[in-house]
Design a binder for this molecule. Structure first.
Ligand code: MLT
Length: 406
């Protein structure tokens, strides 16, 4: 008789953004006359930049010609893309990452959960609280999180690192030593960042305790402050303790195109076993690569024209972030984030819970955001808005939110 993976039964409710999406759909169908503005999931609204579209068209034409057609992609990704990444994301920052330390994939979300396959089930994980829910949910599915306590909203085998106002919404080094530490900077959901000196402390801590850092740098393109590191490998010793995840979703608008990559340095070992070799084995066995057309699109991201166009796109979204942050602050909301990150983290009003505030904002301003408690217990009483909407919708949403603060 076959058995299911019972860990799935432990998961309370559905995936956060599925629940938010369902509530939005229900509200819209009950109120077809309302113009609902969605500032919930961090999904981009600007079209793919012209240089990238041109590269995709050229790649499509190649696929239609026997002489230039491409079948299965190489296991780790095409060399043209991995070289563009090594040069564009690392060499330019004085960081030496070899192309066989870069693994191209269809996105950082999948990599952030798949990566655990090469890690033992008895590892104890630590996460920021609040946190991108995929890290925790995927560890629950794997059977690493223990049991859920519905009163506290916590898992028995997960170390939570609270990110609150008093620590500027960024985690502090945990007192109990974890085996695996998930870090995300610029942070999703709080929009917080830390400087290089602070990040170096995490790297030193991980090396000292032989912990592994899984560093999610999906929002790196939004960094504007000079002292905020763009990659964890800017820190000394990071290659012996950190895996880095990167995405093309937010910097190049690839949420629907799908492309990302993971860096696993060859120095990263556990008892003499190289994680790079394990992930290469996993990639070769279970994955057939991002499509050629998409990898050519990724390559165009690093072209001079591509970089210039994407800089404008990032600036567009950061203009939205400013509209949200300044607008809400002036109206009396308590807000943070939105400076080196496309997310604004705000306190609910009148002591409402995150979900009460979600309903209040949806009903009274017809704006959809994401309840902070969906990201973890320390997110209770907070709400996240994304800067990835259109400028016009963002302005309108904030005008409406100004009116509903009592
Ligand atoms: C978010 O809204 O947190 C992100 O868009 C989700 C994701 O990148 O998967």
């Amino acid at each position: 008789m076959f058995k299911i993976n019972e860990n799935y039964l432990k998961l309370p409710g559905s995936y956060l953004f599925s629940t938010v999406g369902r509530k939005e759909r229900e509200y819209k169908s009950a109120h077809p006359d309302k113009k609902v503005i969605k500032l919930s999931i961090g999904d981009v609204t600007q079209p793919i930049a012209p240089t990238i579209i041109k590269a995709m068209h050229a790649a499509v034409d190649e696929m239609g010609n026997a002489a230039t057609f491409h079948g299965y992609a190489p296991d780790l990704g095409y060399e043209f893309l991995r070289k563009a990444i090594a040069d564009g994301d690392y060499k330019t920052r004085g960081v030496d990452i070899a192309i066989d330390e870069i693994f191209v994939s269809d996105g950082a979300k999948c990599d952030s959960s798949n990566i655990q396959e090469i890690l033992g089930l008895d590892n104890r994980i630590a996460v920021g609280d609040p946190v991108y829910p995929v890290y925790v949910d995927s560890n629950v599915m794997a059977g690493r999180a223990g049991d859920y306590n519905s009163t506290t909203g916590t898992w028995s085998n997960v170390i939570y690192m609270p990110c609150k106002e008093e620590n500027n919404f960024a985690p502090e080094l945990p007192k109990e030593v974890p085996d695996i530490i998930y870090l995300c900077f610029p942070n999703n959901p709080t929009g917080a960042t830390i400087n290089k000196t602070e990040l170096q402390k995490w790297v030193d801590y991980a090396n000292e305790h032989k912990s592994l850092i899984i560093y999610d740098a999906a929002y790196e393109a939004y960094i504007s402050d000079a002292d905020v590191p763009h990659t964890i490998y800017e820190c000394d010793g990071a290659k012996t303790c950190a895996i880095e995840l990167k995405s093309f979703s937010k910097n190049a608008g690839f949420t629907g195109v799908r492309l990302g990559y993971t860096v696993i340095p060859k120095e990263l070992e556990c008892d003499g076993v190289k994680l790079n070799a394990l992930w290469a084995r996993r990639h070769g066995t279970k994955y057939n690569g991002a499509p050629y057309i998409v990898q050519r699109a990724g390559e165009a991201v690093y072209s001079e024209a591509g970089k210039a166009e994407l800089k404008e796109q990032v600036a567009y979204y950061m203009k939205n972030a400013k509209v949200i942050k300044d607008g809400l602050k002036n109206a009396g909301y308590s807000v943070s984030g939105g400076v080196n990150a496309p997310y604004i983290w705000l306190k609910t009003i009148d002591g409402m819970t995150s979900w009460e505030f979600f309903d209040y904002v949806l009903e009274n301003a017809n704006v959809v955001g994401t309840p902070g408690s969906g990201f973890g217990p320390s997110g209770e009483g907070y709400f996240r808005l994304t800067a990835f909407g259109t400028y016009e919708n963002t302005v309108e949403a904030i005008e409406r939110m100004k009116k509903i603060i009592k």
